[in-house]
Design a protein around this ligand. Structure first.
Ligand code: AMP
Length: 171
């Protein structure tokens, strides 16, 4: 898996000074690299008895539907506000400055379903923790959370409590 790091482009000071941005588009355009990532994300959760896979807008959408397809399960989008057309459940969460909001269709998760949450990067954990609470607000259970990249020094895991976390690459 470590050779996958060579396919990820690192962009200093983007989108703002002090942030080292991990650009996974360079990994995704490599056929072998992309296939290894999907295989890695999928095999890590085979034992978790997942019923449905959530992707977080926007970069979670790059991976979650393919992981869902590999597991033979359905895909559910969690989106930025005012994108989903039917009745939604919403969660607001804190950013470095201000707040952000994410939404899911109210009927997207059935009570008792075991949900896998997929995103590209686990940084501070605020986004993933918000999505985990959305799932639980709808009566679902978070079976696991999967990330291509985890930024260990930000300790995002702490915000996710004891929920199972599978990250392919650690920085
Ligand atoms: P957080 O809520 O802090 O865990 O941030 C997670 C979200 O921000 C993910 O959806 C990532 O797409 C994005 N993100 C945060 N930090 C980075 C980074 N250094 N490189 C790429 N994406 C990042």
């Amino acid at each position: 898996m470590l050779h996958l790091k060579n396919l990820i482009r690192e962009i200093p000071d983007w989108p703002k000074p002090g942030i080292l941005f991990y650009d996974i588009t360079t990994l995704m355009k490599d056929g072998t690299g992309f296939s290894e990532v999907i295989h890695g994300l999928t095999s890590a959760v085979r034992a978790e008895e997942v019923d449905v896979v959530i992707g977080i807008e926007a970069r979670g959408f790059f991976f979650a539907p393919t992981v869902a397809h590999s597991l033979g399960k359905g895909f559910v989008p969690v989106r930025k506000p005012k994108k989903l057309p039917a009745a939604v459940e919403a969660v607001e969460y804190a950013l470095e400055y201000g707040t952000d909001k994410l939404e899911i269709h109210q009927d997207a998760i059935q009570p008792g379903q075991r949900v896998l949450i997929v995103d590209d990067v686990l940084a501070t954990g605020g986004t993933a923790a918000a999505v985990a609470s959305l799932v639980e607000q709808l009566g679902g259970t978070v079976a696991a959370l999967s990330f291509v990249i985890e930024l260990d020094f930000l300790d995002g895991r702490r915000k996710l409590g004891g929920r199972p976390i599978h990250s392919l690459l650690h920085y």
